[in-house]
Design a binder for this molecule. Sequence first.
Ligand code: ZN
Length: 278
Amino acid sequence: MTHVPPPDAEDRRAIAPVICYPTDTLPKPDLAAYKQRRTGARKTSETRVLPREAASFRVPAGGFFRISSVEGPQVGDLNLWNAADPSERFYSGKTRALHGTHLSTGDRLWSSFPHLRPMATVTTDTLDWYGIDEHGGSVHDVIGTRCDPYTHHLLSGHDYHHCCHSNLTRALGAATGAPLAEIEHQVHDVLNVFMCTGFTRDTGRYFMKASPVRPGDYIEFFAEIDLLGALSACPGGDCSAEHSSDAAACYPLLVEVFACDDPWIPPAPSGYDRSHGA
Ligand SMILES: [Zn+2]
């Protein structure tokens, strides 16, 4: 510390926080209605995401997708795009501002500007028992980014090609047929599925710890719009020690898609007029 605190420093620190984005005005997801739809949904596809790889999948609006742990504890990095327009994509930062650092049942995955609408809603989370642990850790975060070869190169000087960013880039390239250099910028910060993370209380640094996920655990989402998704089975495995290497034990993840024939009207994009006061 190089600056002297003011005489009222403790009073300033003692001010109670206020929530930045009160969500009382947001329409509450009708979870009972989603549950009803789910009973009429039928499985249409499944995709096995191999360890240290990513795979893509498509979900029709009004359907569901489930990400399951199989074989062993494994963290997944999830990207979502509007299937018809990949420039509309998941916005983890605004989702965090609206719902908090970690997502669970009833929380929504919001899309980028100028759309800002729910892309998906979490309808089931078998890890909802975990809560927030004594270290401030919780599951399914929107505070991390995605492990990537650029940061790895910055910190180590080495190249590693199976970081989630590269896995997701290859998966999006395979799904769209576009050259990687053209679509890499569409890969974005993720929902860290099953990952247990937080910020240290003393220094505010991003931490991870072994995921509590066990085979059979899953998180399920309702698709509010037509979705193209990609999921990477992170090279960090359960993220108990390190990522961006082949050191950790890694396991596959399972993605299952369920379609529902009942009609569904996707939420409208933001009503802001985009004149920006000009
Ligand atoms: Zn990763």
